[in-house]
Design a protein around this ligand. Structure first.
Ligand SMILES: Nc1ncnc2c1ncn2[C@@H]1O[C@H](COP(=O)(O)OP(=O)(O)OP(=O)(O)O)[C@@H](O)[C@H]1O
Length: 411
């Protein structure tokens, strides 16, 4: 039964090896066993991975414990070590990001396109409660996706409908013990407090199952909102030299939730950021646009001019960014031209634009050109093709306009 639930998310005969991320906790250990049974049946090549964050003395031992069980099951196992914490930021968050990035690199090196994770219905319910305290909207409260493409790798969560207790019973039946992270009982962590709160809420009928249903309802709402944002964007929005342009007249007809989503995706798309700006910043931006003025936000400048809202990259955010000619710059542009010794691509900026007398003839706004790429040789501007000084160079945009519209549906 458990195996059928998991197998339901997997391709019958996968052509590439499949990864499974196992921390040693009960959920992911059960996942490894269920997937091994499935892999044997369909002849899939399963690869196990554990990230050792190096944060607890027992972590290395736990990773080896996973390795031993994997070996007993005839599975290959890799341990990835994180040594990157510089003492800044929120440790939990940094460790989590590092884990995803290490696993993504590992997958790419091994030709793995899919990694399965052991999130359960309990994780979903706990996350829901934690997000309530952060005043989340439909997006924050919506159920985790069972399948999500991130940085070129598909992350699968085939156990979202299963409960931790049934997975633990399954392991116990197989005489297997799992690793218990001591932080799982430490009330300093939000997740632990959320778990305790669930017990208190139970008499109200607020249970793991009901919270999962609510989060699925919200996922449907999220999808519907995404669809309407896409429809409005298709009808009114255009992409101009990597900027997103929204006619003010159309913007004024959008419901606030639709304009917020549109602006949020535009900011992410233009800046290349991994995460959306905070809600507070988005609210300020919406207020500012209602008053007919723009503002800088999240590495972008939002301007209002000639009846258009324009989301452009912020030049100041690019001042230290360099790339070799022909290489991607800011993940968006590539400059191609004749060989120039010592040439490098940097932002045009005020200094560069001063040397481009014809920039007005390009029809592009000044803010856009300030943040555009240029070719420099030391302090000398060699070329700024977008600002009317081509000198044999051309600027190639690395993302198609279509990609922007597509992100409105998937985020
Ligand atoms: N150290 C680890 N090594 C390998 N896989 C891990 C590790 N930690 C977590 N995972 C994987 O991620 C799943 C979820 O774990 P956990 O709930 O602790 O992560 P989280 O960071 O809270 O979740 P999310 O990634 O959604 O934020 C596990 O079931 C397992 O598949």
């Amino acid at each position: 039964m458990l195996r059928e639930v998991v197998a339901g998310y997997l391709t019958a005969t996968p052509s590439a090896p499949i990864g499974v991320a196992v921390s040693g906790g009960s959920d992911s250990l059960a996942l490894m066993i269920l997937m091994r049974d499935w892999a044997q049946e369909v002849g899939a090549d399963l690869r196990v991975v554990t990230v050792d964050h190096g944060l607890r003395a027992e972590a290395a031992e736990e990773a080896q414990y996973v390795g031993r069980i994997a070996a007993d099951l005839g599975l290959s196992h890799d341990i990835l070590r994180w040594q990157g914490w510089d003492g800044t930021g929120n440790l939990q968050d940094r460790a989590r990001r590092a884990r995803y990035s290490l696993m993504t690199d590992w997958a790419k090196e091994n030709g793995i396109e899919v990694i399965a994770l052991g999130h359960t219905a309990d994780d979903q319910a706990e996350t829901f409660l934690m997000r309530l305290s952060r005043e989340a909207g439909a997006d924050g409260l919506a159920a985790m996706q069972a399948k999500r493409l991130q940085r070129g790798i598909t992350f699968l969560r085939p156990m979202l409908s299963l409960h931790r207790a049934e997975l633990q019973a399954f392991l116990t039946r197989r005489d297997l013990t799992w690793v218990s992270d001591p932080s799982n009982d430490d009330p300093r962590y939000d997740r632990v407090r959320a778990r305790q709160a669930l017990q208190v809420l139970e008499p109200l009928g607020v249970t793991v199952a009901s919270l999962n249903q609510v989060s699925r309802n919200l996922a449907d709402i999220r999808e519907t909102l995404a669809w309407y944002t896409f429809v409005e964007a298709r009808q009114h929005v255009r992409v101009d030299h990597g900027d997103i342009v929204i006619p003010l007249a159309a913007y004024r007809t959008f419901r606030p939730e639709i304009s917020r989503r549109l602006l949020q995706q535009a900011l992410i798309w233009v800046s290349g950021a991994e995460y959306p700006p905070r809600r507070k910043g988005m609210t300020l931006l919406q207020l500012s646009l209602s008053a007919g003025t723009g503002m800088p936000l999240a590495g972008c400048r939002v301007t209002v001019a000639r009846g258009d809202i324009r989301i452009t990259r912020e030049a100041a955010a690019l001042k230290d960014l360099t790339a070799a000619p022909g290489e991607p710059w800011d993940g968006r542009w590539r400059l191609i031209g004749p060989a120039v010794p010592g040439a490098e691509v940097r932002v045009t900026g005020e200094t560069g634009l001063k040397t481009c007398p014809d920039w007005r003839e390009t029809g592009l706004p000044r803010t856009t050109l300030l943040a555009a790429p240029a070719v420099w040789q030391g302090d000398e501007l060699v070329a700024a093709p977008l600002a009317g000084r081509a000198e044999g160079w051309r600027a190639e945009l690395l993302r198609s306009d279509e990609q922007f519209f597509a992100t409105l549906l998937t985020h």
